[in-house]
Ligand binder design. Sequence first.
Ligand code: ADP
Ligand code: ZN
Length: 817
Amino acid sequence: MLNFIDVILPIPLPNFFTYSITIAEADFLKPGMRVSVPFGKSKIYTALVHEVHSRPPVLYEAKEIHQILDDEPLITEKQFDLWKWLASYYMCTLGDVMRAALPNAFILESETIIYRNTSLTINDSELEDDEFMVYEALHHQSSLTIQDITSIIDKKNALPVIKRLLDKEVILVKEEVYAKYKPKLVRYVQLDKQYAADQKLNELLESLSRAPKQRQVIMTLFSISAKSKSPIKVSELIEESDASSAIIKSLIDKHILEEHFIQTDRIEYDDDSETPNLKLSEDQNNALNDVVQKFDNQDVVLLHGVTSSGKTEIYIKLIQSVLNKNKQALYLLPEIALTTQLVQRLQGYFGEKVAVYHSKYSSNERVEVWKQVLQNSTKAQVIIGARSAVLLPFQDLGLVIVDEEHEQSYKQFDPAPRYHARDTAIVLANIFKIKTLLGSATPNLESYYNVQQGKYGMVELNTRYNDVLMPDIELVDLKDKHKRKRMKGHFSDRLIAEMTDTLKNGFQIILFQNRRGFSPIVECQTCGHSPQCPNCDVSLTYHQYRDQLRCHYCGFNTIMMKSCEACGTSNLDTKGFGTQQVEKEVSDLFPDYKVARMDLDTTRGKYGYEKIIDAFQHGEVDVLVGTQMLTKGLDFRNVKLVGVMNADNMLNFPDFRAHERSFQLLLQVSGRAGRTKERGKVLIQTYNPFHKILQQVSNNNYLEMYHEQMDDRHNFKYPPIYRLIKITLKHRDYNKVNTGADWFAKSLRNVFKQGVLGPEFPPVSRIRNQYHKNILVKIPKTQSLPKTKEAIIKINNSFSSVKDFRAIRVVLNVDNY
Ligand code: ADP
Ligand code: ZN
């Protein structure tokens, strides 16, 4: 008889938990529905039914469930398959996956706080008795816990009542509250259409000869529009023509000027070529056909197309053909910042069918998209999203696109599941037996290696759309510039000259300053040299407390030197300069132009990115200074110059991927220059103009970079040749972490011998009062990955059964990037 269910609880339990159900409930319940269940002494959790069965648990008495929460499954069978893969591959629990996958609002818990929805007037008569009791209580108390509600009404019914109240929007559950962004309206004017003809215009100016102020406004309007070509903001016009807003208003009233308002967050993609009937260029067409053909024999194809080659348009065509078959398409992006531009572009083609899903959306918005995807609604046929979109309940997925597939932000660091969205997307596509297209101008070494191994197909696109030339990349030797006193602050004379020229001609500039990681590396201010680890091909990091340089991979260490090993000067520095300083220097150098900054500090909040991107896109900013964020596939039409303030600190970053990453970053940021007719210019300032990576960047030589980096990966046993699992131990007691890590590493060495590196403190070894220590397991391709993980889990289990170590947190990170 079917009278048990196995459920997944949203907590990190290694196993399913079994509850007993009645026959009627068994009849009704299906895998993927939610039930509320008691757990522990007094907790109530939302659990997901995984299986209805007849096997009583052996070790404990199955408790009864409280209540069924859904009429229909919220999770599909295919999702469960993906979840199981995630849990096993990334060494976490299904509860971890459940928590990452489900929007908060789906997981009601005893800790959940409930509020009244004050934005809605409720008609009491629509509420059932028990609902009314909760509603009433919320008038006396601003918030209630589920525990509170349980004592107000009969315990068994608390969660179903909450659910019903949520459905009726009477209440809200507590979560991160994101301020709703009020779209800002900007007022623009242009000359009324009747004055388009020269003659009419002359007549107008004639007639205004006795209204000099009004005439002045019209003249100013002309001179501004000759420069910028975009609509003119009223505020700008007032400022430039020195007129009052009353004068402008009278011109509008006389139908001489035409006024319109544009929502700054919703401005259409102002590109004439963006029409619903998109025509591909010949090169794009060939690439598209190639992709389609490769899909015949290959589940994954890599589209390796230079920046601005028009990859997006190829995706659009592929999506279109999927939609024609009434299937869903998933379009993954590495960064929320990118969705703004893309959503605008895709909505131009697919209109209402586009849905967006990412972590800056509120829980309620996410619930909405979740339901639309689950129901295969027409409003969610093209799903654009960052990492977590791969976890949506697709019904009939037809294609997965992973744009900018090389981006490291596809990997989740914390909390578990520490998954890589690109790799997860490929598994998802396999579950649906469909194809995945990876796209990048600078593919990840892993992906390119998979192409070389025949695992993926590849299509190349080497020309920019519209025959736009690749930007001209020039390396500026900072050492030489310093010597000859040609520097102003962090700006070389070359950069200043190019900037002056660009601004004078009305074009925009992007200045890139790499966020300087968290690791203090030592850099010679004279020659740019940075001390390297003899064993690991990474820069050594400076550890102040012992005045030492250390390799955080193998533990190699040496005393901090007094002078530079390379040039002998004592000009060693462990500090860097940031975007803020660059921003300030620009405004000092070019006081007449507007500078803005885009980095973590300036992009907080749901629309943080949008505001800056929009302002730049609409010419309100002349120079944009930014970090990594700037590099990721943004398409600005008017940028002619890109300046890289200092390429060395990223090249010297202590990570085996530093060179690959620098290549990608530099080419990507260069790709922002000159995306229209005017050829773009890129200036890279560096102390090492002969660095092989910089040479490869300036020649756009991906292949050479690939081969050289792969040699290193072979020699030093790193991915993609070896796999990595990083084990991090965390505890507030320094000694405890040390002993624990030694114990753990020793046990690992018993099994994996030289495959174990560390334990080693990371460069920042104490975070929020917790000491961290890392152990790295390198796994050759010949060694079974499942068996390796099994062994690690076994060691981890014995570790946590040691009384002294129980309090130490162990974090397992598979494919640590
Ligand atoms: P990528 O993603 O390869 O960097 P994009 O897809 O952003 O390149 O294309 C670069 C620019 O060229 C965009 O502004 C895009 O609108 C334009 N473009 C590309 N292909 C076409 C096309 N077939 N028709 C019109 N415009 C195009
Ligand atoms: Zn080392």
